[in-house]
Design a protein around this ligand. Structure first.
Ligand code: PLP
Length: 384
């Protein structure tokens, strides 16, 4: 058995990044300022987006987008239940109704096929998720949203560096990224909203900082413009310069991180071929570059005689950490009790929700760590 615990993920912070953060701390300017502006410009250049706004989390960014689109009571928003709870919580907090689209059983992603039948006169937005670092099939979804005049927001929390048909996620449309510590790049906590809709982006920029008129927001005068006025009530979701300077360092290393993630994922796929009881997700057939945010397997619970939670606990006993991304949102307490959600509504979501787990995957891992995970899985499943 492995001697030291292998965490599911650890952030990889360089000494240069630590020094850059220390420099900001000593500079006399630690909240949103010159590094935030540099980070936004660098992210815009990286993705090819028309523009970017840095925020304190993807959740904060999504809140700004939904508010900018004026989503509220009487509106419906289509999103998967196989997502992080933040999106669905926001829809509810705004007084709108989440409408859950089922997913492809093998990629965990929504598609035009699962979204289209749910559209009604009340549908105001669609929020697909680029799952695990793979790209959702955006062409048909973009066509659908355009045909029906519905806003489209891409949840790219897993997709920093992902490409769809030769374009980085973030280049087109309105896209929200997360820099939480387990994501492919981190700022401690943080996020970025990219959009090719300049009017929407200006609203988001204002909403993330109290709803002040950002035209008057003069960064040269240290971000304080006494003449700035509230255009509409906003939030306090700006990203600090302490975080932004870390983001600049991480962004410069993102492609390298993702290349290492890809090597590790290939190693997992090769070795798991001998363990059909823990089958990896499918990789979409359309052209894309996978960022390998997560390496998810589905436990064949019928065959192995233990459930997924027991399997995760057994791996932990073998010193292997795992994650669960995600437990279906519609089956969680609030959503069953208040929205009348129940088992049976989303078969492919529920099937996966009961069986998925995320194996350790981060760029600091060694090939031998993958071997240890495979050995632990075989031990738990009593396979020689
Ligand atoms: C992490 C995550 C979020 C939220 O990101 P935060 O930066 O933690 O707010 C949203 N959606 C998905 C799919 C995520 O994985």
């Amino acid at each position: 058995m492995r001697e030291h615990f292998l965490p599911f993920s650890t952030p990889l912070i360089s000494e240069d990044e630590i020094a850059a953060v220390a420099e900001v701390l000593r500079s006399g300017w630690i909240t949103t300022g010159p590094n935030g502006a540099k980070f936004e410009a660098a992210f815009t250049a990286y993705t090819g987006a028309a523009g970017s706004v840095a925020v304190c989390s993807a959740t904060g960014g999504m809140h700004c987008v939904l508010q900018a689109l004026d989503i509220g009571p009487g509106d419906e928003v289509i999103t998967p239940s196989m997502t992080w709870v933040s999106t669905v919580n926001l829809i509810c907090l705004l007084g709108a109704a989440p409408v859950f689209a089922d997913i492809d059983r093998d990629t965990l992603m929504v598609s035009r096929k699962t979204i289209e039948p749910l559209i009604t006169a009340k549908t105001k937005a669609i929020i697909p998720v680029h799952y695990a670092g793979a790209a959702a099939d955006m062409d048909p979804i973009r066509a659908l949203a355009a045909e029906r005049g519905i806003a489209l927001i891409e949840d790219a929390a897993h997709a920093a560096g992902t490409e769809y048909k030769g374009e980085r996620i973030g280049k087109k449309g309105t896209v929200v990224f997360s820099f939480h510590p387990i994501k492919n790049m981190t700022t401690g906590e943080g996020g970025m909203v990219c959009s090719d809709d300049s009017e929407l982006l200006a609203k988001i920029k204002s909403l993330k900082f109290h709803g002040l008129g950002v035209d008057a927001f003069d960064r040269q005068t240290h971000g304080r413009a006494p003449q700035a006025q509230v255009l509409q009530p906003g939030f306090k979701y700006n990203l600090t310069d302490i975080a932004a300077v870390l983001g600049l360092g991480q962004l410069a290393r993102l492609n390298g991180f993702n290349a290492r993630r890809t090597e590790l994922a290939e190693l997992y796929r090769e070795k798991l071929a001998a363990i059909p009881e823990a089958a990896p997700l499918g990789i979409p057939a359309y052209e894309q570059l996978h960022a390998w945010h997560l390496f998810i397997v589905r436990l064949d619970t019928e065959k192995v005689g233990i459930n997924r939670d027991e399997f995760m606990a057994a791996l932990k006993e073998q010193n292997i950490g795992t994650g669960l991304h995600f437990r279906a949102v519609h089956l969680q307490k609030y959503y069953t009790e208040h929205l009348g959600m129940k088992r049976g509504m989303l078969p492919d979501t529920e099937w996966n929700s009961d069986r998925i787990l995320s194996l350790p995957l981060c760029p600091s891992m060694l090939d031998s760590d993958v071997d240890d995970v495979i050995t632990a899985i075989k031990t738990v499943l009593k396979k020689g």
